[in-house]
Design a protein around this ligand. Structure first.
Ligand code: SF4
Length: 340
């Protein structure tokens, strides 16, 4: 059976001539029904551009899709009729964004914005659509939903606004939800509540969830599988337990090492990844990670590493991935700590 969502060798560029930025350089991943795929990486790695291309909301131009495929239940979406794409959005796939305050329209009440979908996509009357909006706010645990449905986004706290966004995105019962850094703008306690809510709604509805994040703690709690992106490519992919225990790419290992942990010795220095992600207009030759990699050798400077099969569903784009997998991690993993 075809995966719910399949992204294959997706390539996107911005700009022209010497100014061309290769933002996606052959991104591939898939999501099955009812599972959570976490897409992990620093800013600029291509996580959000991939999601926007999947949703059909990437600005074209200035963006240019130069290759690849995006299939939803086997149906090719790239080049599909815009009306078909519009119908799929909301009904079959939905997206929530990092900053709910910018995503919600400040001049309409939260209830109006949720009810709009029931009115225009389901043909409900204003009264019935508002009743459904109240139900949706109830489902995302907004207290006193009957009253809050009449309020404007600025009257909601950050966490409540994100809940309202989730309610809006799930109103038409989509099969796939893409959550783009849904907790970044929230404090830690509210982050945990939002992630618990998303996970619960995913299980209840059997929905596929693509969770875009740079937060390894969030990923450890909810992800079934993880795709790590760097410079517009997936550089490692595995189920969550395997990736945390035996990362095959030094970048993945670097992301893990740079997170402070409860079992660290007091005062122990953090171990950040040196340097910065490359400019997408000037991606280094060879392995794009080589200027930052402590394990780089001459070969890494000239030869682009292929995605190597490491057993099971584990792949990593490093010439020495087998060696790193065999070494494993040198301390208890975040995944082990979180899952107890
Ligand atoms: Fe580091 Fe070389 Fe592996 Fe790239 S291929 S991650 S530079 S060791």
């Amino acid at each position: 059976m075809a995966p719910l969502l399949e992204v294959e060798d997706l390539r996107v560029e911005f700009g022209r001539g010497p100014e061309t930025a290769s933002v996606l350089n052959g991104v591939s991943y898939h999501v099955d029904e009812g599972e959570t795929l976490a897409v992990l990486g620093e800013s600029g790695s291509g996580k959000s551009v991939t999601a926007q291309t999947v949703m059909g909301i990437l600005d074209l131009p200035p963006g240019r899709i130069t290759g690849g495929a995006v299939r939803f239940r086997g149906e090719e979406l790239l080049g599909a009729d815009p009306e078909r794409r519009r119908l799929l959005r909301g009904e079959s796939m939905a997206m929530i964004f990092q900053d709910a305050l910018s995503a919600l329209n400040p001049v309409y009440t939260v209830g109006f914005q949720i009810a709009e979908q029931f009115r225009f996509r389901r043909g409900l009357s204003r009264r019935d659509a508002t009743a459904r909006a109240v139900e949706m706010l109830d489902q995302v645990r907004i207290p006193n939903a009957k009253q809050r449905v009449k309020e404007y986004p600025h009257q909601f706290s950050g966490g409540m606004r994100q809940r309202a966004m989730i309610a809006m995105s799930l109103a038409l019962d989509p099969e796939l939800l893409i959550a783009d850094e849904p907790t970044t703008a929230l404090d830690v306690t509210v982050q945990a509540q939002i992630m618990d809510l998303l996970d619960e709604l995913r299980r209840e509805r059997g929905m596929g969830l693509v969770l875009i994040t740079h937060d390894l703690g969030v990923v450890a709690e909810v992800a079934d599988r993880i795709a790590v992106m760097y410079a517009g490519r997936v550089v490692e992919h595995a189920d969550a337990a395997t990736l945390y225990a035996r990362p095959g790419h030094p970048y993945t290992r670097g992301l893990m090492d740079s997170v402070p942990r409860v079992d660290d010795v007091a005062g122990a220095p953090l171990r950040p990844i040196p340097g910065l992600p490359p400019s997408l207009a000037a991606i280094p030759d060879g392995c794009p990670f080589h200027p930052r990699c402590a394990h780089a050798v001459d070969r890494c400077v000239t030869e682009v590493p292929a995605l190597r099969e490491l057993g099971g569903d584990h792949q990593a784009a490093c010439h020495f991935a087998e060696r790193f997998v065999a070494e494993g991690t040198d301390r208890p993993t975040t995944h082990e700590v979180v899952s107890g």
